[in-house]
Design a protein around this ligand. Sequence first.
Ligand code: SF4
Length: 360
Amino acid sequence: MRPARHAASRDHDLREFLAHAGEPAYRLTQLLHAVYRRGVTEFAHMDELPRRLRDQLAARYGESVLTIRPIATQRGPQVEKLLFESRQGARIETVFARYRSGWTSLCVSTQVGCGLGCTFCATGAVGLVRNLTVDEICDQVLYVACRERVDSVAFMGMGEALANPHTFAALRQLADPAHHALSPRRLTVSTVGFVPGLRRLVEEHPRVTITVSVHSPYEEERARLIPLQHRFPLSECLAVLDEHVAATRRKAYLAYLVIDGLNDTDAHARDLARLVARRRRPELFHVNVIPYNPAAGVDAAYRRPTPDRVRRFLRVLRERGVRATRRTQFGDSIDAACGQLHARYLGDARQSTGSAEATD
Ligand code: SF4
């Protein structure tokens, strides 16, 4: 098995390899053209390159440029969940949604497991195994983009995206004109409030769409759902977001997971509306209301709210002038809802993977 290339991206590695082999600089451009314009990931089929070089590349990297390979797929109406395996055996879940309008969205994972321990989340119950590399994050997009058009990418799968330093380089690569050339507006990063990462995100990627998970307007209750609240209170996170929204006039999203009998009362909705009203530019905040989807490995006391309860929650918010919608959860039927991805595949991955270097 090949050693992991955690710190540097594949481009960097390929550039060095080609230079070492005495190849002209345009070979990398040709290779990137084959991968990102023609959707060819196997070296043998990169007709732009001389056969001799294709053989050398295959001998060095294996048959494909991809660092992950699909090992299972689950299909539901309008949604597909893909399970990938990295070269070191880590399992990674990715969710691809096709909307009726024709729009497509891919939800990628950024970590194997997660160390933040949100009590409603199956991934959190596993603990952090390791950060995904830049290539492992971007290859989730590359694999699908070679087969179907990907209109937008959300960093909402397994892991806290902003706790992985490789997320920032992955965002750069997805927006790079020589790669996927995705507009930053079509990239969304979701966070439970990892403030140092959020500060870096707004500075390095000011046009990327941001979603912050709120899940309760009350500090103590939020801390029971999201223990990170103890380290980085929501108020601190929203202060960073306020400044960003005021400076860029870009819309920001607040996610609210509605859990039956826990955070679904009218008082919760009213106080959430007050929280939004206190923002510097409240009209630029949008609340995504997400009915909780029970996941294996999570406390059975957390239950899905009734559709009536969700409708009422939304109504209370809207009556107070808050822009709010129920987020469509195509994944319900296959346990693929973003941010609540299933942990059942992770047990053996924990043993078979080491820790990644946390460098960018
Ligand atoms: S909700 Fe996100 S941040 Fe919280 S434990 Fe799950 S994956 Fe980690």
